[in-house]
Design a protein around this ligand. Structure first.
Ligand code: GLY
Ligand code: MN
Ligand code: MN
Length: 442
């Protein structure tokens, strides 16, 4: 499917979800100041990106469902030679209308006046309530002005509806374009993780590996999908460690949680491997246990299953293994009822993945029931084990070890496809990848 066609199809789906007589406003992302008059690199808003491929700020998508007529209206920056000299090319209003097949398009510079006209006649207004506070305030002010003209025959919106849950439901099921982008992100991530395995050794620093991965992400795609975690030794025990600036030591493991984005679609992958290239006996025991849990969870994935069931499976395999290793005493059934695993495995097993690394899809339906998996959904499966240095319940040989293994799984009609299966994770494959050579600049 052409990407432009996919955007129009998503807009149409959303338009059909709106109550008749509604208008939906989806603003583009904004520039964020980094320091004085410099900005962070622009990142398009995910809701806007899902509905329209325009990579510009100062833009607004308006969807109107009024009197049985569905309209797509676009606001974007006008062409301006001086502004484009400083900040790069703009698509311009006419070209944007044509390229994105919009019914109407207007300059963003006077969006307030035009939007005030467009709002008239609609009863309900849909916006994402969880973002764009400044824009929301400006829209409320327009609505207030309109409400003062009480004698006007046509209504102006008096009901606000949150758009986020609607878009969350749509974004949960990826179309073929989105799946293609996620596969591209996974390929880039594969090259970067293989590169990391080949490069890491004692004497190198976490920042060397981090920089090499960033380079590979940028060379082959659109950079990282989130701040990478490159954690040698006990740094892996800090779940959101992003300092990435310590020396790597022989005898330690290194946990890397890093994924590329492609066309803003994320991958999210964790691998853990020995700095020396060879797992010790204790590392191997724990690694194999996490790997068994991860593989057992992945095999469960298919239509109808829930993330809760997958998490319970991770817990079962990990608990059984911890009992066999003598780290826990008691029975599996006892520990399934208590909280003992949380001490060593404090996070969830899965989340949705897409334009956002923690994608915005719902986890429960309107009755509070867990959402069942369906073809087109993409989730992570990422069990781990973390043994704190000061935890006296842990035999000293395991203290300081943190392991997580994470893949990106697409739900299919028959079960699943592991989008990140090519990234080594079996012990033999990982040791081979650690022993291999990599050429960064080619
Ligand atoms: N990289 C973030 C996560 O795994 O959820
Ligand atoms: Mn994840
Ligand atoms: Mn991750």
């Amino acid at each position: 499917m052409r990407e432009q066609t996919a955007f129009r199809a998503r807009q149409t789906k959303l338009l059909h979800m709106l109550k008749p007589g509604s208008i939906a406003l989806i603003p583009a992302g904004s520039l964020a100041t980094r320091s004085n008059d410099t900005e962070f690199p622009f990142r398009q808003d995910s809701q806007f990106k899902y509905l329209l491929g325009l990579e510009e700020h100062d833009a607004l998508l308006v969807l109107s469902n009024l009197d049985g007529k569905m309209r797509t209206i676009l606001f974007c920056q006008e062409k301006n030679a001086l502004a484009e000299l400083w900040s790069g090319k703009r698509i311009g209003v006419e070209r944007a209308k044509e390229l994105f097949n919009a019914d109407e398009a207007y300059p963003h510079a006077n969006w307030k006046e035009k939007l005030a006209e467009l709002l008239v006649g609609h009863k309900s207004l849909y916006m994402d309530f969880f973002s764009h506070d400044t824009f929301f305030t400006q829209v409320k002010s327009l609505l207030y002005q309109l409400s003062l003209t009480k004698k006007r025959k046509e209504p102006s919106p008096s009901e606000f509806v949150n758009l986020a849950p609607l878009l969350g439901r749509l974004r949960l099921i990826k179309d073929s374009n989105e799946i293609e982008f996620m596969k591209r992100a996974a390929e880039i991530t594969n090259r970067a993780h293989r590169g990391a395995m080949a490069l890491a050794k004692a004497g190198k620093n976490e920042k060397d590996i981090n920089a090499a991965m960033e380079y590979l992400f940028q060379r082959d795609g659109g950079g990282n999908a989130y701040e990478s975690i490159v954690a040698g030794g006990e740094n892996a025990l800090v779940l959101h460690y992003i300092e990435n600036d310590c020396a790597l030591r022989d005898g330690d493991l290194i946990l890397i949680d890093a994924g590329a984005q492609f066309n803003l679609y994320a991958s999210d992958v964790s691998r853990t491997f020995p700095v020396s290239g060879k797992f010790s006996k204790e590392q191997r025991e724990l690694y194999q246990l996490v790997l068994d849990a991860q593989k057992s969870c992945i095999q469960m994935v298919g239509p109808g299953k829930t993330l809760g069931e997958i998490h319970a499976e991770a817990g079962k395999v990990l608990l059984q293994g911890l009992i066999e290793l003598g780290i826990l005493t008691g029975t599996l059934e006892e520990h399934q009822k208590d909280d003992s695993l949380k001490r060593y495995y404090p996070h969830g097993t899965s989340h949705w993945l897409g334009l956002d690394v923690h994608d915005n899809g719902p986890y429960r339906d309107s009755k509070g029931e867990e959402i069942g998996l369906a073809p087109g959904m993409v989730l992570t499966v990422e069990p781990g084990l973390y043994f704190q240095l000061d935890d006296d319940t842990v035999p000293s040989k395991y203290k300081g070890i943190g392991i997580r293994i994470e893949d990106d799984i697409l739900v299919t009609e028959k079960g699943y496809e592991n989008l990140t299966a090519a990234i080594p994770k079996e012990i033999k494959e990982v040791e081979e990848a650690c022993a291999s050579e990599v050429t960064l600049f080619c």
